[in-house]
Design a protein around this ligand. Structure first.
Ligand SMILES: O=C(O)CCC(=O)C(=O)O
Ligand SMILES: [Fe+2]
Length: 395
């Protein structure tokens, strides 16, 4: 995987991780009723914030006006994360896939090598130790399996595969060593895309209202016609005793600070295990953290049965800041109870097609030096430009 990070800001990987430098965001006023308390422990935050939650039945109703809720979750004063409750079939599909994460990671080394894809900078198939941590060291804490859950081969055009390898190359499944992975991955990825499209429709309605009905970019339509969606099954390896005791105490100990680069990211609630058996999270301070609009860092929580979504940077730019991307990271558990604890989760990165023309606004708060104000770039060009500028030149 492309070692993507830059000089001063925390980064993780390729197109999902770009920048956490704060654009001009209005400070948010926190709603006390969403703050739920956590057990206090050394280094733990005093509280965690509950995501704004939308019942699936409301989301599925296109007549329902959810703009206030969208604003509360994704708007300039929001946390940047919304969860959807009661999604039919979701809890089972989540468990089916997340329980396969340790099985992929524990396959013999030479078997995993067969479904690595260096040509895509490890953006398809198995990826471990290819990304850089904030320290600059290679990240060996977690392994990932990447695939496009919608299209096994987004294009047959070899020139495109060469030009945009992280989107256009074909999937690599472990068809003989773990055939159930493909089935479970595609089932969950498709469901997360469908629910994401419903949410995107309501995001469009909210943006439309704020723009006096003149918005010309529909997030829903952009995502509907894309061939670029990417799922990532993440597996955080069991914590070793030394790690539980000392060096994992920073907020971003498991996954560095970053902002997802694409349009909308679906996120399952992480599943904690020991020896592949599910356990409750052993440390209330462990899990997903976000940086809110006023620069505050908070842990966010949602139910295991809920499906969460975050806004990516591309959406923030195209919505002219009405939908805000959120910097986030993951903290590892600490203390004796964290010994041998592992974590699985799944992220579904929904992003525009490589051919989608993005018309940038006049005023941009991200990557000003790369994006011509009022200019047009395809998403593929934009992504490559970012990669080349911030991360490395392709050889
Ligand atoms: O592990 C998690 O919960 C978050 C992963 C993430 O943010 C990412 O893969 O972009
Ligand atoms: Fe992320």
């Amino acid at each position: 995987m492309a070692p993507l990070f830059s000089a001063q800001t925390p980064r993780t990987l390729d197109l999902r991780s770009v920048s956490i430098e704060s654009p001009n965001r209005s400070p948010s006023v926190r709603r006390p009723e969403r703050r739920i308390s956590c057990r206090k422990m050394a280094g733990a935050p005093p509280s965690a914030l509950r995501t704004v939650s939308i019942p699936y039945s409301d989301l599925a109703d296109r007549e329902k006006d959810l703009s206030m809720t969208i604003e509360e979750g994704f708007g300039p004063g929001g946390l940047g994360i919304i969860s959807i409750s009661d999604v039919p079939g979701f809890p089972l599909l989540r468990k089916n896939l997340l329980h396969l994460a340790p099985r992929v990671a524990n396959l013999p080394h030479d078997v995993k090598k067969e479904f690595e894809d260096p040509e895509s900078r490890y953006n398809f198939g198995w990826s471990h130790g290819k990304e850089k941590l904030e320290s600059g060291k290679l990240d060996t804490f977690k392994g990932s399996f990447y695939a496009n859950p919608i299209l096994d081969m987004p294009t047959t055009d070899v020139a495109l595969m060469h030009r945009y390898p992280s989107y256009c190359r074909p999937n690599k499944w472990p068809t003989t060593s773990l055939p159930e992975l493909e089935v479970a991955f595609k089932a969950l990825g498709k469901l997360m895309l469908e629910v994401g499209l419903m949410l995107a429709y309501h995001c469009d309605q909210y943006v439309l209202k704020g723009m006096g009905g003149h918005e010309d970019i529909s997030l829903e339509q952009v995502l509907r016609r894309s061939r670029c969606h990417k799922g990532r099954l993440l597996y955080y390896f069991p914590m070793q005793l030394s790690e539980c005791q000392d060096n994992m105490s920073s907020t971003s100990s498991w996954c560095g600070w970053h902002t997802d680069h694409g349009s909308l990211t679906g996120l399952t609630c992480g599943l904690f295990m020991r020896n592949s058996i599910e356990i409750p999270c052993p440390d209330s301070a462990a899990g997903l953290y976000v940086q809110t609009r006023n620069g505050q860092i908070d842990k966010v929580v949602y139910e295991a049965e809920e499906l969460a979504y975050q806004i990516g940077e591309t959406t923030e730019i195209l919505s002219r800041g009405r939908l805000c991307a959120t910097p986030h990271c993951v903290q590892a558990p600490n203390g004796e109870n964290a010994f041998r604890v592992e974590r699985s989760t799944f992220a579904m990165f929904m992003q525009p097609d490589w051919d989608e023309k993005l018309r940038f606004p006049g005023e941009i708060h991200h990557h000003q030096e790369l994006i011509p104000p009022n200019g047009t770039l395809t998403f593929g060009e934009y992504s490559e430009t970012l990669l080349n500028k911030y991360y490395y030149q392709r050889t």
